[in-house]
Design a protein around this ligand. Sequence first.
Ligand code: CS2
Length: 490
Amino acid sequence: MTQGLGRSSVPAGTLIGASAPDRTGIVHLGLGNFHRAHGAVYTAQAMAAAGGDWGIRGFAHSSDRVVAPMRAQDNLYSILQLTEGGTKAGVVDVHRDTGVAAHDPAAVVAAIADPAHRIVSLTVSEVGYTRDPATGRLALDHPEVAADLVAGSTPRTAMGMIARGLELRAASGAPVAVLSCDNLQSNGDVTRAVVEEFLNAAGVNDDVLSFVSSSVSFPNAMVDRIVPKTTAEHSQRVEDLLGVTDRCPVPAEDFSMWVLEDDFAGGRPAWDLAGATFSTELEAYEMVKLRLLNGSHSLIAYLGVLAGAPTIDTAWGLDFVREAVLGGIAEDYLPTFTPPTGFDADAYVSELDARWRNPLIGHATTQVGSDGSVKLLQRIPDAALFHLRRGRIPHRLALCTAAWIACVAPPAGFDPDPLAERIAEPARERLAETVDGAVTVSDHVRRIMTGGFFPAALADQDVFTARVAELLTLITRDGVRTAAADVAAA
Ligand code: CS2
């Protein structure tokens, strides 16, 4: 039996960063693969370069799938970098304590309140912000949000835990930054708004509200690294490379990017020395990432699923998918924003091509297609409205919407590829209720577009709804390739 990974068995020369001091300065919510391959690596490297008490106290949401092995491995794990030139593995040593939020939410609240922690970072995915899709505000009718708002309850939602932690922290007045690392446009501003809505709805006193407005910063940040799910092959590869067994390795591409606003009320690690960029042009960077990468990713995923392609690279290998996506980038996304100063959009798109074609990543189309009801809100409505208000139909955004519906709420009589069943969609049931009894595909689409799944401004755009209905009709009657051809000819 190979030896397990632990502090005494880290193979020489494989440590990413340097051993951090035992004290923790960051509380992190969400211990999934993305955080462990992104923020955690930057922090480990920043401490190696410039020191600082920035060890991470990490909390997984509700399962100990990652926490149990991490704890058994002295909170170490490896990153398996998947490059076509050859994979390599390194060990990340930056977490000092890990736990499961759902098992002990009071510990999360206390950690956020603890003045020793000067950053609360989060990778809780778009779903974790518990917002109303139609308004973008905290969903007060969400059962878990409502439960968290009850005075004296222990919060269970991420927003509730942060709000209650800050409420307690107000007593010490210690400044802190809450750093969203999720794929939301203006993620810092959104987090502040939702947390403040929570505090207002909970009826906290004015001292708490003034503490949050004066001493808590919510920097905006653009995050980027593609990380698939861990498979047994990844674990085996790590074992081959490192000679030790890691029960929770993280596979990742070698590309990594982090652009942040430099607004950290309680200080920050020297992330710039680890390759992060501090910029005042966050909105533009977020547009680049959320539209060109994430928006296109959704289109690749849903078209891919409908064509039976299990991974992003196999879907990207289909001509009709590439054409639709490149057309979408050029016509539907690029005109909608001004890129950051000096940004080379052509170079970015060629890099996306290389990233999506990497066969080693094996990023499942069903994974990227998951949670579409929440993710698409960042990827479609604003860009679509930009065109619709100028009298133009964004055909590929309509195609993405139609393909999503075909996968997760197919009209009666249409059976998408069996892959579609594997897409995790939190709104699946509500979608099914919404379309129940629809008599035509147009009725089916109209009910979804106006059913509270999209902002009212988009729901009001009949021309968009009609185009989605046309494309869904083509998908269900003649297949997804015909729908894509119709878009190409438009
Ligand atoms: C993907 C992202 O699953 C998805 O929706 O688009 O997770 C994407 O891989 C990352 O944002 C890349 O940084």
